[in-house]
Design a protein around this ligand. Structure first.
Ligand SMILES: [Zn+2]
Length: 47
């Protein structure tokens, strides 16, 4: 399996994974889940 360098958005609420490019962001720059509209802080290093 190849490792993708492309960043992805992982929703902690509904566990969906989507390419970051397809995720919208709110006024605070938080990613908005395309499935459940849950807002998530930008990905944290070391998570
Ligand atoms: Zn979600």
């Amino acid at each position: 399996m190849s490792t993708q360098a492309e960043s992805t958005f992982d929703c902690p609420e509904c566990d969906v994974t989507a390419p970051s490019a397809s995720v919208q962001y709110d006024a605070l720059g938080y990613a908005v889940c395309p499935v459940c509209s849950h807002t998530t802080a930008p990905s944290r290093a070391g998570d």
